[in-house]
Design a protein around this ligand. Structure first.
Ligand SMILES: [Zn+2]
Length: 191
């Protein structure tokens, strides 16, 4: 896919030393492509959504009516939350090397902190975090560029229902203002 500045600028890290907050940078050979900080931001957003989906067990049985993509105008029933959880796990397994997927499984799926991961995997702290960054960059890019449907943007994946619900327009009450009257907030009267 073609990336442009509008795709990246909202995701880039403001203090990134590589892209200086623009999200795009020139790589060796002169080609312009997203900075690693953009890929890591996409991964973090997808992972936060994954955790949210896993933890909201009470809604696991919810089914959504979703319009088909493209020229197909039919609608299908889907379990978007379960689909997303499965896609997150399966895409990660498919696109990571076995060694990276082991770290990913321990750290992100099983919740082991860096100390436990380093002990179990016999890795130094620096090497562990280096691999974690590479995993985030790899998966962030895959989640966005995956064809035909990526995991990111999340609102497109969830068909405009990021929180599992249609956006609710807040009720706005309009009160007539009577000019000339003092404002009397409900304060406690002094004894
Ligand atoms: Zn950057």
């Amino acid at each position: 896919m073609e990336w442009d500045r509008s795709d990246t600028i909202g995701l880039a890290m403001e203090r990134c030393t590589e892209c200086r907050g623009a999200g795009l940078r020139r790589w060796r050979g002169g080609a312009q492509a997203p900075c690693y900080c953009v890929y890591r931001a996409i991964f973090r957003a997808c992972y936060a959504r994954f955790r949210y989906c896993v933890e909201k067990e009470k809604y696991l049985s919810k089914v959504s009516l979703v319009a088909c993509q493209g020229s197909d105008r039919r609608r299908t029933y889907e379990r978007l939350v379960e689909d997303y959880i499965a896609d997150f796990c399966l895409v990660s397994r498919r696109f990571l090397e076995p060694r990276q997927h082991r770290i990913f499984r321990y750290h992100y799926l099983l919740g082991a902190d860096w100390r436990l991961c380093c002990r179990q995997l016999r890795l130094g702290r620096g090497l562990f975090f280096h691999e974690v960054y590479r995993i985030q960059q790899r998966l962030g890019r895959v989640f966005r560029e995956l064809e035909p449907y990526g995991l990111y943007p999340l609102d497109e994946y969830f068909a405009g229902r990021v929180n599992g619900q249609a956006p609710v327009r807040p009720a706005v009450a309009v009160f007539p203002i009577r000019k000339g009257l003092p404002v009397r907030p409900p304060l406690k009267r002094a004894a």
